[in-house]
Ligand binder design. Structure first.
Ligand code: PHB
Length: 387
């Protein structure tokens, strides 16, 4: 009796083990690093919601495997991102790393992607050089040179000759400042001053005073997603709009996450960017409707980067039948697909996204504020890589 019991237990535990390994083989994991808390929490909230929507719409299977998404909160701190990414690779054996809400978080993780040969999909961060930090990086967000050059073209053709620029003082701000000011100067414009604010807890009062004193035709701004509303409020409170100084920038300042709460000071602000929630296509209308039905907020450009990043990974897993590493990376290169923003390409050489950049103006429609697109540059490659 005892012996029989022992054998039964053995058989049962072997079964459990076998089931465990069958499950492991049938499941691929995606490790997503996001700032769910801290100053950039809206980016985490948007991307996590977009990933959940993507899986609700497309199922939790790709390449014949179950797809399990593991989201970790890095609070926007690079040391956390690096440590959590290491754990996801070593302990969870993730097939891809994704997310990356800020440039320093992506750069901190790049060596882990290279060493472990794990494809890394940048869904948010937007400094041009990120994709050069590891051959395993692909990107579904955008680059600041892509967005800023469009404004350097539009402004001088629309009565804006003298500008002051104001950017957050780190990677994407450097890119925005350089590519906007180079292009507007090329087109006969003049840059009176180049101002910077710190990434963490910026105070806009002193720089706005400088802008007032310089009396430009317009102020060009790049601030990371999440800072636009506070900036816009101070711009209005200090009367810069009433002083006849126009506000222009990349679309990060009229971010759909916050735009509707900005009030009338945002009306008429012209920006260049890759995504507006009001983009007029059947696919985007469905995306926005589904997103708003599942969440009580509007998707912004971060959400689209997250949704398309999932598409990129699912497509690649379908090609490799669930295999990871270099095969998965190869299957990401050269992908072309329709996104809520329009058609996108993942450039096979640079692993960078190629996409349309729209010029948009904030308008009120049915009592809500939207970035209404009125002009487009088609299939823009990252100018930071066209050497
Ligand atoms: C970045 O840190 O790369 C970044 C963050 C937010 C943005 C754009 C760029 O809106």
């Amino acid at each position: 009796m005892n012996r029989r019991h022992h054998l039964l237990t053995l058989a049962a535990s072997t079964l459990v083990l076998a089931a465990g390994s069958a499950q492991a083989q049938d499941t691929v994991k995606i490790g997503v690093l996001l700032p769910m808390t801290g100053q950039s929490a809206s980016t985490g909230k948007q991307i996590a919601a977009a990933i959940a929507l993507f899986q609700a719409q497309n199922g939790k299977k790709a390449g014949g495997k179950n797809v399990e998404v593991i989201i970790k909160d890095d609070a926007g701190v690079a040391d956390n991102t690096r440590r959590l990414a290491q754990e996801l690779v070593v302990n969870d054996k993730v097939v891809a790393l994704a997310g990356f809400g800020l440039t320093p978080l992506a750069l901190a993780t790049a060596p882990i992607a290279t060493q472990s040969k794990t494809p890394m999909v940048v869904m948010a961060a937007a400094t041009s050089s990120i994709t050069e930090a590891s051959p395993f990086i692909t990107r579904t967000s955008f680059t600041l040179p892509q967005a800023a050059v469009g404004m350097g073209e539009w402004a001088p053709k629309n009565g804006i000759k003298k500008v002051v620029s104001l950017v957050a003082d780190y990677g994407p701000g450097n890119d925005a400042e350089k590519y906007f000011t180079d292009r507007i100067q090329l087109n006969g414009g003049q840059v009176l001053e180049k101002l910077r604010t710190p990434l963490r807890s910026p105070d806009f009062a002193p720089v706005l005073q400088k802008v007032r004193d310089a009396k430009p035709d317009a102020l060009f701004v790049f601030l990371p997603s999440g800072q636009g509303a506070q900036f816009m409020k101070q711009f209005g409170e200090r009367g810069l709009d009433k002083a006849g100084i126009r506000l222009i920038g990349t679309g990060d300042i009229t971010d759909d996450d916050q735009l509707n709460d900005m009030g009338d000071v945002a009306l008429g602000v012209v920006t260049t960017h890759h995504y507006s929630a009001s983009h007029n296509s059947p696919m985007n209308k469905k995306f926005v409707a589904d997103f708003q039905a599942a969440n009580k907020f509007r998707p912004n450009f971060m959400a689209v980067g997250g949704w398309d990043g999932m598409r990129l990974i699912y497509n690649a897993l379908n090609t490799t039948k669930g295999a990871g590493g270099e095969a998965l990376l190869a299957a990401m290169k050269g992908q072309i697909f329709e996104s809520p923003r329009g058609q996108v390409l993942i450039d096979g050489q640079t692993r960078e996204i190629v996409q349309d950049i729209h010029t948009r103006k904030v308008e009120k429609k049915d009592g809500q504020l939207w970035n209404v697109e009125f002009d487009v540059q088609k299939a823009v490659k990252d100018p930071g890589k066209v050497k």
